[in-house]
Design a protein around this ligand. Structure first.
Ligand code: PEP
Length: 252
């Protein structure tokens, strides 16, 4: 945790959830209304098809919504894509960019991720910029170099603590049940913090750096209590309100 920085626990539903799953978001809204999130800000990033229904479900509640990706352009002939402006219009406050599943599955590199983050800022969204090394890169001792290169290459112009969140997600920890050691997470977050200081000055000290990769109720307290870890980006365990809240309970 970073003193005086409100942690963020964000759920990435990926390509999961039909209309009935909106009830999980309503359950989250009610739990946040009862203060079960403690000090944490809660955000949910459902699939695009559920954003409108989710916006209705959270109306008047203390939860933020996010998209899982956006196009770098505000509008145009890009069949199947969604712009940051559209996400904002639909009720989102956040958008995830550069998730490893987009980097690997859609060939997105740092320049494209940066352009998407830039579009997010232009639309008034906060960009959750994902970075993280593969297992092979960690084994080769390249994790810090890879991640710092991604942060340098993906951070949009005008980034600040108010409009950017970094999510450190080791690719090999996503959806695998594996996590780095607490020391490795702390060391990576420290290194990202120092780099942010170099890139955006005093804003870097207050920019939230989330950890993501197999965060569960059982490991949340240890991981989220580490220095420079300002919350979590949660995949699988965010699909059920009860599990997601049990992770956020680390901040109670
Ligand atoms: C993610 O996809 O961002 C993620 C962290 O997934 P999981 O929590 O399932 O590892």
């Amino acid at each position: 945790m970073t003193p005086d920085v409100r942690p963020l626990v964000a759920g990435n539903w990926k390509m999961n959830g039909l209309k009935a799953a909106t009830s999980e978001i309503a359950d989250l809204r009610d739990a946040v209304g009862r203060g079960e999130n403690g000090a944490a800000e809660i955000a949910v990033c459902p699939p695009a098809t559920l954003i409108a229904a989710a916006a209705q479900a959270i109306a008047g509640g203390g939860i933020a919504l996010g998209g899982q990706d956006c196009h770098a352009k505000a509008s145009g002939a890009f069949t199947g894509d969604i712009s940051a402006e559209m996400l904002k219009d639909a009720g989102c406050a956040y958008v995830i960019v550069g998730h490893s599943e987009r980097r690997a599955g859609h060939g997105e590199g740092d320049a494209e991720v940066k352009a998407k983050a830039q579009a997010a800022l232009a639309a008034g969204l906060t960009a959750i910029v994902c970075v993280g090394e593969t297992r092979a890169q960690r084994d080769a001792g390249e994790a810090m170099t890879v991640v710092s290169g991604q942060v340098r290459g993906s951070l949009p112009e005008g980034a600040s603590a108010a409009n950017v969140v970094i999510a450190y997600e080791p690719v090999w920890a996503i959806g695998t049940g594996l996590t780095p050691t607490a020391d490795d997470v702390a060391a990576m977050h420290r290194s990202i913090r120092l780099l942010l200081g170099e890139l955006i000055g005093a804003e870097g000290a207050r920019t939230r750096i989330l950890y993501g990769g197999s965060v569960k109720p059982a490991n949340a307290r240890e991981l989220l209590g580490l220095p420079d870890v300002d919350g979590a980006l949660v995949g699988g365990a965010s699909l059920k309100a009860a599990d997601f809240l049990a992770i956020a309970a680390a901040y109670r």
